[in-house]
Design a protein around this ligand. Structure first.
Ligand code: PEP
Length: 253
């Protein structure tokens, strides 16, 4: 049985005082549990704070994007190596907000994936279709292209030890969650796509669902066979909600 993951994506939210209160409350509700992983992906300036508050706890930390370059004249970029120096474990790459607002193409996302791995970080590789794509019947085509961009450049073996997140764009931050059946259908498709290249990697790969996960819908989503936990945006900013999702991941095991 694959482990379940509950990973918070704080996006561009937080303050030193607010983070401290939030993490204190989350720490009170999250203890180490076999077969479950918890993490928060924080804005870069808060990595130091995350390390000092979370070190030695059951909660890992990470960042929400990473440069595709290791070092050099890339003003404004932050390398995986810099992030790793703060004890971070995860790096989200290819989040739909990076793709749509900041122009990250499939080619850039797969470079960021490789850069995260080179730095010893675990990439959380995000894919997902827009509402227009789903409604016009090209969801599988879109997901296949996003997954294939990685498989073609780095091979299926590159996903060993990595995490993938299916995040339908229409469900992110909208309050509109995919049904458990919709999430599982898309995630089973993704897993099969990878299995066609490497069945062993596909079988062991954690595929998370992201898109308006809440305490009230997490258990049903996480009970699905191809849903190995969640990437949580809005609800990761409210300790009570995030802890409820963590508990749901335990109940789903
Ligand atoms: C996300 O940002 O990855 C996300 C899933 O956001 P939300 O949970 O708010 O929809």
């Amino acid at each position: 049985m694959r482990p379940k993951y509950v990973v918070g994506n704080w996006k561009q939210n937080g303050s030193l005082a607010g983070n401290q209160a939030l993490l204190k409350a989350v720490l009170a509700g999250v203890a180490a549990a076999p077969g479950r992983h918890c993490a928060v992906c924080v804005p870069f300036p808060y990595l130091d704070q995350a390390e000092s508050l979370l070190k030695g706890s059951a909660i890992a930390w990470g960042c929400q994007d990473v440069s595709r370059f290791d070092k050099g004249a890339y003003t404004g970029d932050v390398s995986g190596g810099m992030v790793a120096e703060f004890g971070a474990r995860y790096a989200i790459v290819g989040h739909s907000e990076r793709r749509t607002v900041f122009g990250d193409t499939d080619a850039i996302v797969v470079e960021k994936f490789a850069a995260a791995k080179r730095s010893g970080l675990t990439p959380i590789f995000c894919v997902g279709e827009t509402l227009a794509e789903r409604e016009s019947g090209v969801m599988e085509k879109v997901l296949a292209a996003q997954v294939d961009s990685l498989l073609e450049k780095h091979g299926a073996a590159s996903l060993e030890g990595a995490v993938l997140a299916y995040e339908p764009v229409w469900a992110i931050g909208t309050g509109r969650t995919a049904t458990a059946a919709q999430a599982n259908e898309a995630q089973a498709f993704i897993r099969q796509r990878i299995a066609a290249k490497d069945a062993g990697v596909a079988k062991g790969l954690a595929i998370l669902y992201g898109g308006s996960v809440k305490g009230s819908n997490a258990a049903e989503l996480f009970a699905m066979p191809d849903v190995d936990g969640g990437l949580i945006g809005g609800a990761s900013l409210v300790a009570e909600d995030f802890v409820a999702i963590w508990r749901a991941a335990g109940a789903a095991r």
